[in-house]
Design a protein around this ligand. Structure first.
Ligand code: SF4
Length: 242
């Protein structure tokens, strides 16, 4: 089992689509009087290259680095920094980087000159929270020159049909509801419908968490944060494609 680490390169974002409505970045920043619309590098920007006292890298080989959880990796304001970041990822070919984005339309124009078919240690995961965004983003992800790509439907806001555009290019689909005080409802039928499409397409499926307001068999449940992942796990609907 590999270790994992958060690598938050830059902070700040602009709301991009319906799933951003209750973004926790804006919620938390507001509590601290911070303007979330200002994009800035964080203190952890060069984390993969930091050395320990023995001269080795602080982040050990094999670590999974989850990037940009208070911004979007492909946001415009970070264009001037991204080549430097690709360089860090290239140097640390012994780490695995995971990038989540709601801006797949920017991927192609943001790739480095030596990208080729993709860096083997970089995976991109695109969020599609409703039908409109799945229709927009699925074709873009399908065409994107990436060696590892996946889909995340979170917060799942309605039933989504992939219209036959999901197949082996996608390594896995993750589904989850919305958290927070104003969470919108997630219906278990929508979750199972995505699972069925994944099984038909031979794509792995992970039900990550129920969200705070979850409907099952017509009944609506309020689920505390601490139980949302466990409830999803107990549903026993995860699927591993061969
Ligand atoms: S793209 Fe992500 S970080 Fe940016 S506003 Fe939307 S949910 Fe928040």
């Amino acid at each position: 089992m590999h270790e994992s680490e958060m690598w938050n390169l830059w902070h700040g974002c602009h709301r991009k689509s319906e799933g951003c409505r209750h973004c926790y970045v804006f919620r938390r920043d507001m509590q601290h009087g911070i303007d979330s619309e200002i994009i800035r590098k964080t203190a952890a920007y060069d984390l993969p290259l930091r050395r320990n006292r023995q001269g080795g890298y602080k982040v050990p080989p094999g670590t999974i680095m989850w990037t940009c959880f208070t911004s979007d990796f492909f946001i415009e304001e970070a264009d001037e920094w991204r080549d430097d970041v690709w360089g860090m990822m290239r140097r640390r070919s012994d780490l695995n980087f995971v990038i989540a984005t709601k801006r797949p339309e920017r991927i192609k124009s943001c790739l480095p000159a030596d990208w080729g078919e993709g860096y083997a240690n970089v995976a991109v995961c695109c969020t599609m929270e409703n039908q409109r965004r799945a229709d927009e983003r699925l074709p873009l992800m399908r065409e994107a020159p990436l060696l590892h790509k996946s889909v995340i439907c979170e917060p799942l806001l309605e039933r989504i049909t992939f219209r036959g555009k999901l197949d082996a290019w996608c390594e896995h689909v993750t589904v989850g509801g919305e958290s927070g005080p104003a969470a919108r409802m997630c219906d278990y039928d929508w979750v199972l419908d995505i699972r069925r499409q994944c099984v038909d397409a031979g794509v792995s499926f992970h039900f990550k968490q129920t969200g705070a307001v979850f409907r099952k068999d017509g009944l609506v449940y309020r689920i505390p944060r601490s139980e949302q992942s466990e409830q999803a796990r107990c549903a026993g609907v995860n699927y591993h494609a061969e």
